[in-house]
Design a binder for this molecule. Structure first.
Ligand code: ADP
Ligand code: MG
Length: 342
């Protein structure tokens, strides 16, 4: 069985870093590990062994058993079309201007395409562990909602009403063109468009069965994965972390990243000599206050949800090599392979 670890949370909280760190830890523990990453900073990509930012797994030259690939969301809608429709239908779909219009107005398509790519790797049988750095849209929640949104889009009531309960044949398509809603669109917008709309809906409808089955399989992966919500002690990320609970997603762990060390809260004897003393004293007192604020934020959070929590310390040197990434796990309290069921 492949263990899936999904690292989620808002933008900038440290998802990519923590996904890489979990990947390094898992590979060093002897698991054949794939890290699927989104937009890594260049130095982090290099540490992961990603020479080209492609979506094909590349082995890490420095660590046996560690592989990395990009979770590509750019060509996503095209990929969905080609995966679920016969090639001649997909060719027609991706060149239909309506397809582009839907793609740009339905952002969940990107998250959905990424989740399909994740599923391909989870089902390949090649990996002991797949660590997924999830796309940050809507604080990370979009990725988890994308399969059901996608299913609603291609199988939704509007589409069924327009194309009929069952997949219409070419004759059905002809009848479809006579539907009042489309006749109205035709009168308003002109004939060629009507034909495009009808053809588009018809073509999109052919993807329905494939997407329905795949979306259900992806939801099952979500249900069995270890979900890790990353946050900082700041109000914005905390609100986003709480939303997972509000929509009924049960994470395995909530990680408070960039936590200040507890002993910074300790009072020290103030410096008495030297020009810098007053400034330093004030500085230390401020950091001590910030430690207290972070502690309060964590206590407040754990009062609201029952999820196990972990802290990862704020590191003076952002982790950009394998040892630095390992240090993220080693320096943490509670972020361990054990806690993730790896
Ligand atoms: N614990 C930490 N200590 C110091 N810097 C960190 C820590 N975690 C992440 N960073 C830095 O913060 C920035 C954002 O992290 P990143 O992992 O890219 O976040 P995300 O993927 O959530 O957008 C990066 O420059 C990263 O090196
Ligand atoms: Mg990132």
């Amino acid at each position: 069985m492949t263990r899936a670890v999904l690292i989620t949370g808002g933008g900038g909280v440290g998802k990519t870093t923590i996904a890489a760190a979990v990947g390094v830890g898992a590979a060093r523990a002897g698991h054949r590990t794939l890290v699927l990453t989104v937009d890594p900073a260049r130095r982090l990509a290099t540490a992961l062994g990603l020479e080209t930012l492609g979506n094909h797994p590349e082995p890490n030259p420095q660590l046996d058993g560690l592989f990395a690939a990009m979770l590509d969301s750019a060509a996503s809608w095209d990929a969905i079309a080609y995966r679920h429709a016969p090639v001649e239908v997909a060719d027609r779909l991706v060149t239909n201007p309506l397809f582009e219009a839907v793609a740009s107005r339905f952002p969940s398509g990107q998250g959905y395409a990424a989740s399909e790519e994740m599923a391909v790797h989870l089902e390949s049988g090649e990996w002991d562990v797949v660590v997924v750095d999830t796309p940050p849209a809507s604080g990370g929640i979009d990725f988890f909602a994308a399969p059901s949104r996608m299913r609603e889009l291609v199988g939704g009531r509007l589409l069924r009403w327009l194309t009929g309960a069952r997949l219409p044949g070419r004759r059905g398509l002809f009848n479809l063109a006579g539907r009042p809603a489309l006749r109205l669109a035709d009168a308003l917008l002109g004939g060629p468009l009507l034909e495009q709309v009808a053809e588009f809906l018809f073509d999109l409808r052919t993807t329905y069965d494939g997407i329905t089955a795949k979306a259900a399989a992806i939801d099952r992966h979500f249900a069995t994965a270890a979900i890790v919500v990353v946050t900082t002690a700041d109000p914005g990320p905390l609100r986003e972390a709480l939303r997972f609970h509000e929509v009924g997603i049960e994470p395995e762990l909530v990680v408070f990243n960039r936590s200040l060390p507890d002993d910074w809260a300790a009072t020290v004897d103030p410096l008495e000599d030297g020009r810098a003393a007053a400034a330093l004293n004030e500085n230390l007192a401020r950091w001590a206050l910030e430690v207290g604020r972070q502690e309060d934020a964590r206590a407040d959070f754990s009062g609201q949800v029952g999820t196990p929590m972990a802290t990862v310390p704020w590191l003076a040197d952002a982790p950009v090599d394998l040892d630095g990434l390992q240090a993220v796990l080693d320096g943490s309290e509670g972020l361990s392979l054990d806690a993730l069921g790896v």
